[in-house]
Design a protein around this ligand. Structure first.
Ligand SMILES: [Zn+2]
Ligand SMILES: [Zn+2]
Length: 250
């Protein structure tokens, strides 16, 4: 399994970091995980044509996580993609997509018989998506806009993505023993952001869930990166701030 960081940033425009976007790849097939603006370009830069993605997962509907959905569907429409495009996301995503189609019309609809198939996942209970080579477990996150935590399992390895969230018992449960935890760290201990994580909360998670490695994303500019890394490292794991283009292989 390969996990690629396409966007390690936030809603704040940044010359080096795009809004949230990731790829999970198993046996030559790639799924998109979130897709803020600029994700398609960075996906193409890694050598994966976004039009060939097998499907997509969305942690929630905020624009910094979904901004490139319209360009993605338009690209698939224009290239006359033959395969359906499955999307897995929290409850409410179908209405969100219907709203986008209401604005853009057929330009973001695949040519029949191909279609975009949304599978909505529970926001009040655990859910599992079994795609054969890839199994994905979700839990409700502490955030708005239908937010989920996601755990990707393939080839005996596991990667957990927090999505956006406040401190979350469900994330601690889901991250137990993960090979890699990719977690937002939007705020600092001194200035925690509402419905977001901060270093000491992630340190608590690490002590209880024992992920082998932690990558930090979604840091607002006022977060002291060195202090955040040191705080979480003290809990007993390997920590780094993720950068766009980083690839984890396991
Ligand atoms: Zn959000
Ligand atoms: Zn966000």
């Amino acid at each position: 399994m390969r996990f690629t960081v396409l966007g390690s940033g936030t809603n704040v425009p940044d010359a080096e970091r795009g809004p949230a976007g990731f790829l999970v790849s198993v046996q030559g097939q790639s799924w998109l995980v979130d897709g803020g603006s600029g994700t398609l370009q960075r996906c193409a830069a890694t050598g994966v044509d976004p039009r060939s993605l097998v499907g997509g997962f969305y942690s929630h509907r905020h624009p910094d996580h979904t901004g490139d959905l319209v360009p993605l569907l338009f690209a698939m429409h224009a290239s006359r993609r033959l395969a359906d495009y499955p999307i897995y996301a929290g409850q409410g995503f179908q209405a969100f997509l219907d709203g986008l189609v209401g604005v853009y019309g057929r330009w973001i609809e695949l040519h029949p018989p191909a279609t975009t198939i949304v599978t909505e996942l529970a926001l009040d209970a655990p859910a599992t998506v079994d795609l054969g080579a890839l199994v994905v477990h979700t839990r409700p996150a502490v955030h708005s806009s239908g937010a989920l935590h996601l755990r990707f399992e393939a080839e005996g390895r596991s990667v957990v993505f927090s999505g956006d969230t406040g401190p979350s018992e469900a994330l601690i449960e889901l991250a137990a023993g993960a090979d890699l935890l990719v977690t937002e760290c939007a705020g600092s201990d001194a200035v925690p952001a509402d419905q977001h994580l901060f270093p000491s909360a992630i340190a608590d998670l690490v002590r209880r869930a024992r992920p082998r490695e932690v990558w930090l994303t979604h840091l607002y500019e006022y977060v002291d990166v060195a202090l955040a890394v040191a705080t979480i490292e003290d809990a007993g794991t390997v920590v780094r701030r993720a950068a766009d283009g980083d690839v984890w292989s396991g």
